[in-house]
Ligand binder design. Sequence first.
Ligand code: KG4
Ligand code: ZN
Length: 334
Amino acid sequence: MLLAIETSCDDTCAALLDGGRILSNVISSQAAAHAGFGGVVPEVAARHHLELATPVVEAALAEAGATLDDLEAVAVTAGPGLIGALLVGVSTAKAIAASRRLPLIPVDHLQGHVAANFLEPEPLEPPFLCLVASGGHTQLAAVRDHERHEILGQTLDDAAGEAFDKVARLLGLGYPGGPVVQKEAQSGDPEAFEMPVAMQRDPGLDFSFSGLKTAVLYRCRELGEDGVRERRADLAASFQKAVVDQLVAKVRRALKKGHWEAVALGGGVAANGPLRAAVAELCERQGVALKLVPIALCTDNAAMIGSAARWAHPVAYPDYLGYDAFATGERMAA
Ligand code: KG4
Ligand code: ZN
């Protein structure tokens, strides 16, 4: 039995897995603690992880009907993410693993989002094309095996989720932005405001969302406070459509460039209803299989980290005692 811990941003998560089967998947969201700031405050996140780590691990064990004695290994997100937040998870995992002389399995957060697709029931077998869109990253990944993914294209500026969060703040909708913008957009007209659909003429597979965010900012300035309040749903719908259009256009282009038989989504933005519908329509038209994991496995969770850990490299006790988290880029050697 594997214990997995994920604390890269503002969700404190622990899960127990038996192979690809989820025995428990506990997520304690700190969203309320950050809502007043309109985004995640790194130091506040780290402090909350510190308070929540033990109860969340205990809840995951209890839900699975397990104890620490049942564990065979401990997996943890080593990066990328907020360094203070990551350190709490890595220290917790090291302490639990070291106390039982168990191996520690450091996992890359983005590989975790990809690996959510490998979970039971109906795990998706590579190769497939995976769009990973979260609060920190937006990338198209070629998944040719279970161990890693190759980045075919990525955002040149803001991440898609970051754009949702920033626009939610501009519209006075709170944090996290994705779900509230999606809800507001339901009663809006997606054609009401013309938004720049970036990177359409770019032949590559990269993304850009900062121009879109600026366009919303200018519309808000033109409309003034009362105007924004009146047209909030139209602004949300027009913005959301522009994000979805760009993401789908790049998936379409990637399908044209490569010969993929299956497409998968990952990351918090993959929870977006209109995005899921638009990718489903594209895949149906192109005759390509589509894998959509449940929404709880799109946003940050520890089950996906436990899934990726099955193909990651375990570090034996005591070699991981000096192991560090990493904020950006590639994992450093232990
Ligand atoms: O993967 P995730 O939980 O954390 C990171 O790794 O960043 O993604 C969080 C991001 C946030 O920016 C949030 O606004 C966005 O995913 N998100 C959504 C939706 N649910 C969450 N974006 C659009 N529509 C949603 N329904
Ligand atoms: Zn994530």
